[in-house]
Ligand binder design. Structure first.
Ligand code: PDD
Length: 283
């Protein structure tokens, strides 16, 4: 069934939704994106995603064509028009369409595209992700949610070819993040994830998990960790708006913590779902 897609002011059947070949998203990856989860028909932590969108756009001096309230209304309207109950809304904004020339153009309108992706979001998973470690080949401003994702495409393709679900990217001997997720390990009921910096995307799911961690009795240590530590951890978890709180049960063919989804991941995923019913942990 054809989806309804939003393109710069219009809701159109996906076959009719078009962007110019001169769009700077296409020629330069000069754009920013967001993915917001939808669970039981509710957009999860939408305001936090829109705040990160505004920050990313600010960092590359791209003027968003709509206010945060307008973007929130567009998300809700698009989900409604597509009858989306489980999955996500993808948003991409680019600097617009103009003859190819590197510096910022003047006097053109940004392109704003949004579409839905239906995806099953089970409250619990019977099987954890298999991860493949790969070198992190990305640029130095990974805190910006840029549509320049070629390194992640290659990382995740390598993972897929190895029969894995996600890549685990490594730089200078430590794990940066998953191919499209934040990476965590668990040791003795303590969650460990690296600090935010230009080296990683500030995950909204990461922030959501941290916001309710206190009520679980688990603690948090913010530091980088190695592949060896991950292999020896009680649990490994990846978080993202697409996979939510996802246990990882294998890295490079080696089982983690018995090879089954662990209790910390299960508990954190359950609470995430409980809070999603109210629009997410971040309000
Ligand atoms: N990716 N790190 C990277 C490199 C990511 O691409 C993502 C999300 C995350 C997690 O961020 P969040 O919790 O806000 O989704 C971390 C999205 C889902 C994607 O590219 O599809």
């Amino acid at each position: 069934m054809s989806r309804i897609v939003y393109v710069s002011g219009d809701f159109l059947p996906e076959e009719e939704a078009k962007v110019s070949v001169f769009d700077r998203g296409f020629t330069f990856a000069d754009g920013i994106y967001e993915v917001t989860a939808v669970i039981d028909g509710k957009l999860v932590d939408l305001d936090a995603h829109l705040a990160r969108l505004e920050r990313s756009c600010g960092e590359i001096r791209l003027d968003l064509p709509c206010s945060r309230a307008e973007l929130a209304a567009l998300h809700a309207e698009l989900a409604r028009r597509n009858g989306l109950t489980s999955g996500g809304v993808y948003l991409q904004v680019t600097r617009g369409a103009v003859d190819r020339s590197f510096p910022f153009p003047t006097g053109i309108r940004p392109t704003l595209v949004m579409f839905t992706q239906a995806r099953a979001m089970p409250r619990q998973v019977s099987r954890g992700y298999k991860l493949l470690s790969v070198p992190d080949l990305r640029w130095k401003r990974r805190d910006i949610k840029s549509v320049g994702l070629l390194a992640q495409v290659l990382a995740k393709q390598a993972a897929a070819e190895a029969g894995c679900d996600e890549a685990l990217m490594i730089e200078d001997g430590v794990i940066t993040e998953g191919g499209s997720s934040t990476a965590w390990i668990v040791r003795d009921r303590t969650l460990i994830s690296r600090p935010l910096s230009n080296a990683v995307l500030p995950g909204i799911t990461r922030a959501a998990v941290l916001s309710y961690l206190a009520e679980t009795g688990f603690s948090f240590e913010e530091r980088a960790f190695t592949l060896e530590e991950a292999l020896a951890a009680d649990e490994v978890i990846v978080t993202a708006a697409t996979s939510l709180v996802m246990p990882a049960t294998e890295i490079d063919g080696q089982p983690i913590g018995g090879g089954q989804p662990g209790p910390v991941a299960r508990r954190l995923r359950e609470i995430y779902f409980d809070l999603a019913a109210e629009g997410g942990a971040l309000g």
